[in-house]
Structure formats: C-alpha cells, structure tokens
Design a protein around this ligand. Structure first.
Ligand code: NAP
Length: 248
C-alpha cells in the first residue's frame, strides 16, 4: 500500500505543487483546504483524496484527521499573510487570523496526526515557514511574528521528538509567485503583481521540489531546514529589479 502524505493548503500555490511532487514520488496524497472544489480537480488528477479542512477550526481538523487511515508525511503548508500595515495601524483581526492559521493550525494538525506518524515507523513533518521566520520588514510585523512562532514550534518539536521515528523539516522560502500576495492585499491584483515586478520570483514548483527532496532522503537523515530564495532576492528587503522598480 502506498504511503500517505497529507498536504494542508493544497488548493493553490506551494501546497498544490507539493501534492503533485509527492504523488509523483508514489505517495497517496490527501489534500486539505477550505476550497474543496479546487482540491477535487487536483485529487482526481493525482489519484488522491480531497477533504475540506479549516486549520483554524478544531472541529474541522478533528473531522479531517478521523478520515485518514494512516499518515507517513504531514506537510503543514496552510497559511499566509494578511495586510502590510505598520504596527501603529495593526488590525487585530488580521493578526489573530494569521496566528490562528500559521501557528495554531500547524500545532493542531501536528498534534492530531502525531499518533499516526509514530505508528508509521517512519514519519516526517514538514513545516512551511518563511524567511519572515527570521527576518523583518516594514509592515510585516503580524505575519513576521506568526512565522517566527511557527519556526520556533518546528525547532521545539525536533527536541520533543528526539528518539521517535519522526523527522521534522522546516522549509523557509523567500518570494514565491502564488496567490500569497493576492490574499495579503485582499484581492488587489495590481498590488499583488507589483510585488514581483522586474524580478524573477520562485515558482511553487521550486519550493515543492525542496520538500520532495527532503522527504526522499533516507529515514536516518533529517534535513533540519531549507532556506530558498530567488537569485534576485538577498534579504526580505533587498530585491534586485530590472529597471530599478519598487523595492520589497
Ligand atoms: P497561497 O497560494 O495563497 O496558498 C495558501 C493555501 O493555504 C491555500 O491553499 C489556502 O486554501 C490555504 N489556507 C489558508 N487558510 C487556510 C485555513 N484556515 N485552513 C486550511 N487551509 C488554508 O500561498 P502560498 O504561497 O502557496 O502559501 C503557502 C505557504 O507558504 C504559507 O504558509 C505561506 O505563509 C508560505 N510562504 C509563502 C511565500 C510566498 O512568497 N508565496 C513565501 C514564504 C512562505 P483555502 O483558501 O482553499 O483554504
């Protein structure tokens, strides 16, 4: 029987690309996100399963996990940023949602699936954080705080799981062209496009390949973290743009 890989946030971007990459390596993929209709098309294509999932809702996490027979790989990818306001104008609801999705969502999914990961005898937890997990940029405080917390969670988990047959890998990307910026700017396509203007960002497939590679290593090899950025990006704020158009 094929090993099972659960991918959260698989309805677009990095999650969808990761599901494709892991299915390509022979995993039975179980896709979770709120937009189930999107998941269904992809699951059909990959011979996987599509299950509705809202990682901010404990009941939804429980229902999702109760449908799984086993789990070898958990990719905690669901997440993202909301807004780019300075802290002086912070929107509490946006901060709360970012923390709920990126941090508590990762905690809930991991806590729920740890017993199955142990049972598998060779489990692997991937946590998709960001360079925002260890860098700062103006207007990013809410997202940055959440990603710092999510990164800490991954590092702590590695300590707590020492001696257990479960690996923990953090994947921290720089700029990736997905729906990330569209969500961050509340559906403003022009603002989202400006983020990638004049530079070549990573694609979702680039990040998915990092995840696939880490998972493909032998069971005794734990790739602790992968930081992956576009060649055009040196830090969160230093971005090379042809024509010298706007910075980060
Ligand atoms: P994306 O295209 O917007 O994908 C985000 C995914 O998360 C969607 O599938 C979305 O699905 C899902 N999601 C959001 N809230 C959810 C919830 N409450 N429950 C379940 N699923 C939820 O953005 P992406 O770039 O692929 O982002 C994936 C991860 O990479 C995020 O953790 C993000 O912080 C991280 N990241 C992105 C970048 C970048 O530049 N793109 C850089 C560094 C890190 P539904 O809306 O259908 O639920």
């Amino acid at each position: 029987m094929a090993q099972v890989a659960v991918v959260t946030g698989a309805s677009s971007g990095i999650g969808a690309a990761t599901a494709r990459a892991l299915a390509g390596d022979g995993f039975h993929v179980v896709l979770g996100a709120r937009r189930v209709e999107r998941l269904e098309g992809l699951a059909g294509e990959l011979g996987g399963e599509a299950l509705g999932l809202d990682v901010t809702d404990p009941g939804s996490v429980k229902a999702f996990c109760s449908r799984l027979e086993g789990c070898e790989v958990l990719v905690n990818n669901a997440g993202g940023a909301l807004g780019l306001d300075p802290l002086a104008e912070a929107d509490e609801e946006q901060w709360r949602r970012m923390y709920e999705t990126n941090v508590l969502g990762t905690m809930r999914m991991t806590r729920a699936l740890l017993p199955r990961l142990f049972e598998s005898g060779d489990g692997h937890i991937i946590v998709v954080t960001s360079i925002a997990g260890f860098e700062s940029y103006r207007g990013g405080a809410g997202y940055i705080a959440a990603k710092h917390a999510q990164r800490s969670l991954a590092r702590n988990l590695r300590l707590e799981l020492l001696g257990q047959p479960v690996r923990v890998t953090e994947v921290a990307p720089g700029m990736v062209e997905t729906e990330f910026s569209l969500v961050r700017f509340g559906g403003d396509e022009e603002a989202a496009q400006r983020v990638y203007q004049g530079m070549t960002p990573l694609s979702a497939d680039d990040v998915a390949e990092c995840i696939r590679w880490a998972v493909a290593q032998p069971a005794h090899v734990n790739v602790d973290e992968i930081v992956v950025r576009p060649r055009d990006q040196a830090t969160a704020t230093e971005v090379y743009r042809q024509g010298g158009s706007p910075g980060q």
